[in-house]
Each structure stands twice: as C-alpha cells, then as structure tokens.
Design a protein around this ligand. Structure first.
Ligand code: 5AD
Length: 436
C-alpha cells in the first residue's frame, strides 16, 4: 500500500476488537494494513487499521451495520516536523542534505537513496543536524519520558548455531542454565515492585519450555502483576504464536538482524530468511506489538543494506526497533571480526526515527557495552526506551550473547536518562536517590 496515497485509520477499543474488525473488512475484500497507532491517537504500542480513502464510505457502512465495539476513524496523515529547517540554521549542511531535511519537515516519504545519503553523512555538522532532527521527531512523537522495561533472560540453552552469538549451541563458554517458573516470578516481582510496567522474557531457542509451560508463566505474570509481557524466544509456528498471544502476551521481539539475504544466510547457518519474515508477518497478523531490529557492522554490510533494513521496518509496520552494533563474542566463528561502529549505529537510530516515526526505539545494551555513554548518546538521537537486565546475578554472566555485555541496572538507566536531560517515567515507584 502506497503511503503517499490518502489513507485513513481505524482506532479500536481493544486488540481483539481491532482484529475482529480487520477480519471483517478483509472478508469484504477491502485492503487493510495493521499499523502502529499514531501517537496523536493513542499508544504506539497498540495497533490501528489503515485503509485507502476510496474505501471510506463502504467501510463506514459496514461498521455501522456490524457493531464491533467503540471505534474512531481518523485521517492517516504523514507526520510533519515544523520548524526543522529553522532549528538547523546554524549547521553547515550541503544542498542535497538540506533537501532531505526539507522533505522530513514536510512529512514526505524518503527514498532509499535519500536514506543512504543520511547514513553516509560525514561532516560533524551534518551528523549533528541528523541527530538533532531525530531528537526533535522523538520529542514530537513520544515526549521526554524514557520508557523503562525489564528483561529476564530465563534460559541460555539454544538449538541454533548463529555464527555471531555467544550462546549458540556449539559454544562451550557459557555454563547453561534454565530458570524455574518460581525463579522467573521472583524477578518479575522485583520489577513490579519498582513499578515497571513491562517485562521481557528472553531466551535462546530452547524447546525445553513447551508452549504450555510458557502459557502458565504468562498467565501467572498477568494474574499476579497485570504487567505487559514481551516474549523474545525466536521462531515458532503460527499456532504457538497464537496460543501465546491468547494467553495474554502483548509484544514479541524477533529481529531480522539484516535484510540482506546473503548476509542473513551467512550469519544464520540454520535459519531461512523467508521463514524469519513469515514469522514477523504472523506476529503482526495476530495483533502483537511487533519488535524487530538489526545489527550494525555485520560482515559485508553496506549503508545500502542498512537503508533497506529501515525501509523493511517501515513496510512491515514494526512497533519496536532494536538497533545495536555487532560485537564479537568469544568462542564463536565471528570472534575475531571487527566490532560494529558506534557512529553508524547512532546514525541508523536517527534515520530510523525519522523514517518510521511512530515507533519505540531502545538505547540498546549492545551500545552501552562498547561505549559507557552509548545509551545517553542513543537517547539524544531518537531512542526512547531502556531495557534493564533483570536476570538473577548468578545467571547473568552466562548470558553473554556477546563479550563484555554491560549489565544495565536501574542506577545506570537513571544516569543515562539524567545525562540525556530526559525524564524518568511517572509510573516508577523508586527514585534515583533510592538506588545509588
Ligand atoms: N553482537 C551484537 N548483538 C548481538 N546479538 C546477539 N549476538 C550479538 C552480537 N554478537 C543481538 C541480536 C539478537 C539480540 C538478542 O542480541 O540482535 O537479536
């Protein structure tokens, strides 16, 4: 669906209403797309239905005849960034760079070539302009509050052999662990006590945890804490994704890592590129807030590849985009490869904010692991989320997906947020003074 075409969106009162509405419209032959709710109409982590203007009266008629809960229809307008060019007047920028900034100010879509131009910006002044523009977009869309979420890495067993990953099956460095349901709940309670609203359950691809076991854990988290649940457990079947969704899982993180098919196959000896994309599509269809992302500095990766990644996030209407530098992990086939560039990662974060707009972008742990100020820097160029590592102390050191992984805790999150001049979330029940 061409975004430049005039479109409308339907905002529904709940995810299940949204899915029912979408199903009904599709049955009537209408072309719709599930998309992150624009921030002016609701939370970005929810999903709205986009459709072409020419179908508006037909759709209004269908919705009137089939009551599916409270709904609103709004124009789906491109987000402009007024005042951008004025705010960049002290930056020395080239004519082509300026033309791209004008397009962003006017809310126009960028082409791949224009995205590449931004990623290749080289002078200090242009890089700063890029970061400033992304920061302004983040402020417009999200505001100043940094979302804080907690990740529990509940198993480092993995059946896959991804060449970059420090917990790949063949890697002998980590001692393997699996957390019990009660251990997971202990970590969840800690986050809940702090007032944190979303817990991320992450693991290697470990079939020891059956769908039933996962459902039991998710149900307990929901019942006992009402927290939002994000899963990051890799590729599953459609049915498994559906059961996990029906059990109450809100979000799913499954990164594409790179959209360059050759590089994808080179780094993932036992994964299939089309399957990965299929999984991402299923997650969106099932109404998950859908997470993706990539690594920067993969062998052979170019700025053109990164531009394609960003266009993929947009086309796939991804809600949450994690962008981190590749970091060599001990004991893996890639252990001697070069670390990805901090600067290219920051540029990719900035351009992703400018292109995808209505998305959550974490300041990744990977960035913090190669630069102590990495998270502050990311927060200043488009990022809006920090993920705490909430894995129990005794297991953490064995979840080294890459070497020297930084252990982001509340104190370091507060520090990055303060240094970036931003606000901690109002829902937190713990203050920076209490955690020093
Ligand atoms: N360097 C950087 N990021 C890595 N990840 C895994 N291994 C590495 C590495 N060596 C990232 C991947 C994965 C996420 C959980 O961690 O993007 O999706």
């Amino acid at each position: 669906m061409d975004d430049l075409k005039h479109q409308y969106i339907i905002i529904c009162e709940s995810t299940s209403h949204m899915l029912n509405t979408d199903r009904l419209l599709k049955l009537r032959g209408i072309k719709t797309e599930l998309t992150p709710t624009p921030s002016e109409y609701g939370s970005i982590c929810t999903t709205a239905i986009a459709f072409d203007a020419e179908d508006k009266s037909f759709i209004e008629d269908i919705l009137q005849k089939n009551y599916l809960g409270f709904q609103q229809i709004h124009p789906y307008q491109p987000r402009k960034l007024s005042g951008l060019i004025r705010s960049l007047k002290n930056n020395i920028i080239s004519q082509p760079f300026n033309e791209v900034m004008v397009k962003i100010q006017e809310g126009k879509e960028l082409t791949k070539e224009e995205i590449v131009l931004l990623l290749k910006s080289d002078s200090q002044s242009e890089k700063e302009a890029l970061y400033q523009a992304a920061d302004k977009m983040r402020e417009e869309i999200i505001g100043d509050t940094v979302e804080i979420r907690g990740a529990i890495e509940f198993s480092n067993y993995c059946k896959k052999e991804c060449n970059y990953c420090g917990i790949r099956k063949g890697c002998t460095t980590p001692s393997r662990y699996r957390m019990t349901e009660d251990e997971i709940m202990e970590s969840v309670y800690q986050l809940h006590q702090w007032g944190i609203k979303t817990v991320i359950l992450q693991s290697g691809e470990d079939d020891y945890y059956t769908t039933d076991m996962l459902i039991q854990i998710i149900t307990r988290i929901k019942r006992e804490t009402k927290m939002g649940v994000t899963l990051s457990i890799g590729e599953k079947s459609y049915d498994e994704y559906q059961f996990l969704r029906e059990a109450g899982t809100n979000n799913f993180l499954l990164k594409i890592e790179t959209t360059n098919r050759q590089i994808f196959e080179f780094i993932h000896p036992d994964d299939n590129y089309d399957t990965r994309i299929q999984c991402s599509e299923w997650l969106r269809e099932l109404g998950y807030a859908n997470g993706s992302g990539n690594m920067i500095g993969l062998p052979g990766q170019t700025e053109e590849d990164i531009a394609e990644d960003i266009l993929f996030f947009k086309k796939m209407r991804i809600h949450m985009i994690g962008i981190g530098p590749f970091i060599p992990a001990k004991g893996t086939p890639f252990e001697t490869y070069e670390t990805g560039s901090i600067e290219m990662t920051l540029k990719a974060v900035a351009v992703t904010r400018l292109v995808c707009k209505n998305v959550y972008i974490p300041a990744t742990t990977a960035l913090a692991s190669i630069d102590p100020d990495g998270q502050t820097k990311a927060l200043k160029c488009g990022a809006n989320t920090i993920m705490l590592i909430s894995t129990p102390e005794k297991y953490r050191k064995n979840y080294q997906i890459y070497s020297h992984k930084n252990m982001i805790d509340l104190a370091s999150a507060f520090k990055s947020i303060a240094e970036a001049n931003r606000s901690i979330p109002k829902y937190l029940k713990v203050t920076p003074q209490e955690v020093v």
